[in-house]
Unconditional design. Structure first.
Length: 552
């Protein structure tokens, strides 16, 4: 296999390591890499592997690539499917459905198209090919991930793994006597991920009452679907379903929709993503009892209970019900007790900031790490992978702590929502506690003032930054609008690099681009001791001077 081929096959979550890793396996650079990780690679002969990773989702995969690059001998044990949730039942198929349904939405938006002089008649879609697009993409990326591991010499062991003591893991597959065994490793990393959390009283039949695992297969498009939970999964599926013609009813326990987001951004997002669409909602209620139906014959019945009074307040009859009420760590059966540890009351594996597992007394369990959804620090694919890389750094005695405040998040609705750092509410609360409450400032910019967004006919949107006006520290950035998921990285990189607003407000952005939304956001901030910049949108140009010249 050529380096180019392996690079193409291995690209995932920003890592294009296999090519680099193959190069690293040339004698010279491999020697250098092993030296880098000399402390960790001390297993030499004592154990089967330097590092054994339990679970090969995106977290385990990212860790394996980085560990090999660091010169470690690595194996993964995977109990179900390489790529885990993200590739098979999460990010990948959901984004494929969002891409296809998003096109349908765009092409059905005749008013929008007409405003740009385009006429499209009679837009239709076929459900099965859309479903196939998602399933095929997942299968293809799963294959790429597997090949990328094989190409760099990672052993893939098949089976459900459990710890049997320090440095030792046993794995087996129910019903398969030919699979399984016991392996030892200098370090072990738990990366077992999560599964849908289903509240009590909700039986899942997989047809009329289902989780994202089933919904992603798009076996049917119900006329009316209730979605329990208005978090990431609920919002993204409301986008898919309404684009494909369904009516949606949200059932949300908290008093407002999208409770996990900055309140102001959530309000704006609601005005664009929810109010104009065929969506209604019940907030402050729990779906306390759900009775599955029969498609086309008997509706699904949902009993709603007031979250505060616990009284039954309503009953709904819908065609289908998607349960999107969060995810639970998949950590049962790991036998943590064999190393003196146990999961917390929600099932997460307790870790310190270096991803080292803590025992029941809060002490580090030597040579045991846990990353990704299983530790509950930040249940996102790129966070899992970043934690895996961070853990490998620590295994290699290159101390590393991932700054979770710099990890961005995005919801891939049309338009998208993204953020990094704290919401305004959380930032103000933290600032009050820390004694700098009077120093918190906000800057905001609108997509309506951005030429590129207007050229696209996509002026709905805003960006908002929460910062300290005494130090210029960025506390949080939130974006709602076209390509928000791509735009957020300028802010997350700034936070990660410890850049203050003073460091970045004089940077130059190409015109006309959506990136100017963030450029303006930084320029609008008033930081003590840093000169304000006259903004295009605010400053009246002198006679004969072009606006661009004023901004420059
Ligand atoms: C519908 C949906 C959409 C999502 N979209 C996004 C998105 O757009 N962006 C984003 O960042 N995140 C998204 N996520 C979240 C993302 O999928 C997870 O955060 C990510 O997959 C976590 O990675 P992980 O490696 O920790 O665990 P997982 O991906 O869950 O992988 C864990 C693996 O471990 C295996 N395993 C478990 N126990 C054992 C055992 N005992 N022995 C051996 N193997 C075991 C499992 O079979 C699994 O393959 C989405 C999630 C869902 C459900
Ligand atoms: N684009 C992305 O990055 C993306 C997309 C999908 C999923 N994910 C990941 O998957 C995880 C799970 O997503 P999710 O949307 O299921 O969880 P979530 O935590 O984002 O939202 C769950 C929502 O359900 C509500 N809820 C919980 N129990 C309820 C009940 N009984 N009745 C009514 N409402 C209830 C909560 O108040 C909350 O608003 C997320 O935390 C995220 O990490 C990420």
């Amino acid at each position: 296999m050529s380096g180019r081929q392996s690079l193409r096959q291995g690209q995932f979550l920003g890592q294009s390591l296999p090519c680099a890793v193959l190069e690293a396996r040339s004698v010279k650079s491999r020697t250098r890499q092993i030296k880098l990780c000399a402390q960790a690679a001390k297993a030499g002969g004592k154990y089967d592997y330097d590092l054994l990773i339990i679970g090969c989702g995106v977290g385990g995969h990212g860790a394996a690539l980085h560990a090999v690059e660091s010169g470690l001998k690595v194996a993964v044990v995977e109990g179900h499917d390489i790529g885990g949730t993200c590739v098979n039942r999460g990010c990948v198929p959901s984004k494929a459905l969002l891409a296809a349904s998003g096109r349908v939405r765009d092409m059905k938006n005749t008013m929008h198209l007409k405003s740009m002089g385009i006429q499209v008649d009679n837009v239709r879609y076929d459900r099965q090919p859309i479903a196939d697009h998602a399933n095929n993409l997942a299968a293809s990326i799963q294959g790429n991930l597997k090949r990328s591991l094989e190409a760099i010499g990672v052993d893939i062991l098949i089976g459900q793994a459990k710890l049997t003591g320090p440095n030792t893991v046993k794995y087996s597959l129910p019903g398969r006597v030919d699979v399984g065994g016991t392996v030892t490793a200098g370090d072990i990393m738990i990366a077992t991920g999560s599964v849908p959390f289903v509240p009590p009283g909700i039986p899942i039949d997989g047809k009329t009452v289902f989780t994202s695992d089933h919904a992603l297969k798009l076996e049917w498009v119900p006329d009316w679907v209730a979605i329990i939970g208005s978090g990431y999964i609920g919002l993204e599926f409301s986008d898919v379903y309404t684009a494909l013609g369904s009516e949606v009813t949200f059932i949300e326990a908290v008093d407002n929709l999208m409770p996990g987001f900055d309140k102001e951004i959530a309000r704006l997002a609601q005005r664009v993503l929810i109010n104009p669409r065929k969506i209604d909602w019940h907030t402050g209620v729990l779906a306390s009892k759900v009775t599955p139906g029969v498609p086309g014959v008997k509706p699904v019945e949902i009993e709603l209970t007031d979250f505060k009074t616990k009284e039954v307040v309503d009953k709904l009859e819908v065609d289908a019900c998607l349960v999107a009420t969060g995810r639970a760590p998949y950590t049962q059966g790991l036998n943590l007790a064999s190393v003196g540890a146990e999961v917390d009351r929600r099932g997460f594996v307790p870790v310190n900031e270096r991803m080292q597992v803590l025992d029941t007394k809060g002490k580090v369990v030597p040579h045991l790490y846990c990353i990704g959804d299983a530790n509950g620090k930040y249940m996102l694919a790129h966070a899992a992978s970043a934690q895996g890389i961070s853990a490998v750094e620590n295994i290699c005695e290159r101390p590393h702590v991932l700054n979770h405040a710099s990890v961005p998040a995005a919801c891939f609705t049309h338009p998208e929502v993204s953020f990094v750092g704290m919401t305004e509410e959380a930032a103000r609360e933290a600032a009050e506690k820390a004694g700098y409450g009077d120093k918190v400032s906000i800057s905001k910019t609108s997509f309506k003032a951005n030429s590129k967004a207007l050229a696209e006919g996509e002026g709905d949107g805003m960006a908002k930054m929460i910062y300290r006006r005494d130090t210029g520290e960025i506390l949080g950035v939130h974006i709602f609008g076209l390509h928000a998921a791509d735009l957020i990285h300028e802010a997350s990189n700034a936070i990660s690099m410890g850049s203050s607003i003073g460091d970045i407000k004089f940077n130059v952005h190409a015109h006309p681009t959506l990136s100017e939304v963030l450029d303006e956001l930084f320029k609008q901030a008033h930081v003590e001791g840093i000169p304000d910049i006259a903004l295009q949108s605010k400053v009246k140009p002198e006679k004969g001077v072009k606006r661009e010249a004023v901004a420059a």
